[in-house]
Design a protein around this ligand. Structure first.
Ligand code: BDP
Length: 633
């Protein structure tokens, strides 16, 4: 199946699931059409300006209760919090670390004087998990979903040259109606709120990504959708440009190669441009054209915006995953945005270093487990030829997984737990992910959930419309979800709705613990089961063992570095005799923080690197395997 799209299909229309807008609800109605989509990532061009609002912001836990009227007052002096960063580990204060509810970030901002003819907006790249933007004492926008951007147009509220007080409130609460889901309990003795959740990483919160003030011209480019194809030696770029309602100018397109030469031109909001003797975007060898869109009137450029565009195709043929017609075998890791002190705060130094480590390992890909990563990471993957499986934050739709072994797990899909409202929120998370990341050459398929209870009643009703929605939003990429061990090839109820078999398996760790012979037989049977069920690629999206760096065992016992090496070797033997295997992503790239529980000592230790990015023994054996695989291609 070749995943190419007529661009018109890339609409955001989703009849089966209701409203289709960004989950931002302008609350005063005056400044923004609430059905419009969020703008493209801010960019400095000859017609647009960009002011970073990163740095130290005043910070406070919001006063208790739902009375938000005091939130916009100047915050008491004292705490300053860096942006971008999760706030949890910044302060030496358990109350802040464990806080459940709203926090407030505040700073003064001046709109540049020269912007009097422009429109200008405040944009937060993420507020985990709910965010509100206030200008002075006015609430402008509320956004649900912790890993996608939202923004407020402030043009009509603050004049160019004026200063205003910007407050961003952020709520970290997770319920059965959020993505990811969670549950809040109130202590009987203390009345204190405690957050629990069904996923295995710490609920870091706050403004973990950049905040911007940026300008766009009155007539401006709002959105661009690009789908590429290849015909013989020519590259085709199908495009669709959306502009602001008031636009009277003409749309003009230039495609510029890496040497700065214009290789194609076009006019009009939709169409196809062709590049002769195209340089393809290849895994490990990225080539990016600048797709430059302009609005031109009477010879004057009113707005211009450029998208780095890799020309490539994605196809599934039988059990093969093809990029540009060549079989591609995924090597690499599932990972987390996670570092000490910053939590999930985006950090350029760690981003570059992590890519360097992946490259050193011979890894060609990663999955954005278990939420959309910072947009800078996606841009960097495009530029570095790293292939990405792009995942929503729908992790933990599986109540049984963390219910322990005692007693019956309550059913996941039910009116009191994961219900239709959750599905609406999930649908919106998919819309926002596809909208944000659709133009990234690195993104080769979507994963709409990690380890849902796909063996449980109700899972099919829940997932069928979501799989359909994702295909409608983007027919140019395959759609997958990541399957959990309990929903093996006989018990899973939804895999036929998807294009690829992605499975996480822990034979030898959570089952057959330490017994690699039993584990090998179980893994083999499982892979054969999937292979026989669907004639399509299988990717092992997680496999691994908790490993304490520096712990050694002559017996190769679990938790030792030797065991991690042996266990991964065993998996690889089985993969190498399974024809349908199309990839292997070890869990995890690095050790990461989780909530405190009896199963985790300062976090999850399945990293091939420690949390501070030191290699464990497995890094060397994996490196050998992956670099040899890369070299033999
Ligand atoms: C899988 C999850 C992943 C966990 C991992 C583990 O997908 O998020 O961290 O297991 O237990 O179930 O290490």
């Amino acid at each position: 199946m070749k995943f190419q799209a007529a661009i018109s299909l890339l609409s955001l229309i989703a009849p089966s699931l209701g409203d289709q807008t960004n989950n931002s609800h302008p609350l005063d109605g005056s400044h923004r059409d609430n059905r419009s989509l969020i703008n493209l990532k801010p960019q400095r061009t000859s017609t647009r300006e960009l002011v970073s609002l990163d740095g130290l912001w005043n910070f406070a836990l919001a006063p208790d209760g739902n009375n938000t009227s005091t939130w916009t007052d100047p915050l008491p002096k004292g705490l300053e919090c860096p942006v971008p960063a999760s706030y949890n580990d910044i302060f030496v204060d358990r109350k802040i670390h464990d806080h459940v509810g709203w926090v407030l970030y505040q700073r003064d901002v001046i709109v540049p004087k020269g912007w009097s003819q422009e429109r200008y907006l405040v944009r937060a790249e993420a507020a985990t998990h709910k965010g509100r933007i206030y200008v002075n004492d006015r609430l402008l926008v509320e956004h649900v979903g912790g890993y996608t951007p939202f923004e407020a147009d402030i043009t009509d509220l603050v004049k160019a040259g004026e200063k205003f007080r910007l407050t961003i409130a952020v709520d970290n609460e997770l319920t059965f109606q959020t993505i990811p889901p969670g549950q809040i309990t109130v202590g009987e003795a203390t009345g204190k709120k405690t957050q629990t959740y069904f996923h295995d990483f710490y609920n870091y919160a706050g403004l973990a990504r950049s905040v911007w003030l940026y300008s766009v011209p009155r007539q401006h480019i709002q959105d661009v959708t690009i789908v590429t194809d290849v015909q013989n030696t020519a590259g085709l770029i199908n495009y669709d440009v959306k502009v602001s309602n008031n636009t009277t100018g003409e749309i003009s397109i230039s495609v510029v190669d890496e040497d700065g030469t214009i290789v194609a031109n076009a006019t009009g909001a939709q169409g196809t441009v062709s590049i002769d003797s195209v340089n393809l975007w290849q895994p490990g060898a990225a080539y990016l054209y600048q797709f430059e869109v302009s609005i031109v009137e009477s010879g004057e450029t009113l707005d211009t915006y450029s998208i780095a565009t890799g020309v490539r195709t994605v196809e599934i043929r039988g059990t093969q995953f093809l990029i540009n017609g060549n079989p591609f075998y995924f090597t690499g890791f599932g990972a987390h945005e996670d570092t000490t002190v910053r939590g999930k705060g985006h950090d350029q130094a760690y981003m570059v270093h992590d890519f360097q480590l992946r490259q050193w390992m011979g890894a060609n890909s990663f999955r954005t487990s278990h939420y959309p990563y910072a947009e800078e990471v996606m841009d960097f993957a495009d530029r570095n030829g790293i292939v990405v499986i792009d995942e929503t934050a729908a992790v933990g739709l599986n109540i049984g997984l963390t219910s322990g072994t005692v007693g019956e797990a309550p059913s996941t899909f039910s009116p009191e737990r994961i219900n239709n409202e959750t599905r609406e929120v999930h649908a919106q998370a998919i819309r926002e992910l596809v909208h944000r990341d659709k133009n990234h050459a690195s993104v080769v398929f979507w994963s709409i959930a990690n380890e849902p209870a796909s063996n449980e009643e109700g899972s099919r009703e829940y997932f069928e419309p979501l799989a359909k929605l994702t295909r409608e939003l983007d027919p140019s990429r395959p759609v997958a979800f990541v399957n959990v061990g309990a929903a093996d090839y006989e018990k899973d109820l939804i895999s036929d709705l998807f294009d690829i078999t992605c499975i996480n398996r822990y034979f030898g760790w959570y089952s057959q613990t330490g017994d690699l012979e039993e584990a090998e037989a179980a893994l083999e049977a499982e892979l054969q089961g999937w292979e026989q069920k669907f004639n399509r690629p299988i990717i092992m999206t997680e496999y691994g063992a908790d490993t304490v760096a520096g712990l050694h065992s002559v017996f190769g016992l679990p938790w030792s570095e030797e065991f991690q090496v042996d266990m991964l070797d065993m998996y690889h033997r089985v993969f190498d005799r399974t024809p349908a295997m199309a990839g292997e992503h070890v869990w995890n790239f690095a050790d990461f923080q989780t909530s405190v529980g009896v199963r985790r000592v300062d976090g999850n230790k399945k990293g091939v690197f420690t949390r501070d990015r030191k290699p464990k023994a497995a890094a060397h054996s994996l490196r050998k395997r992956w670099t040899e695989m890369g070299a033999s291609k």
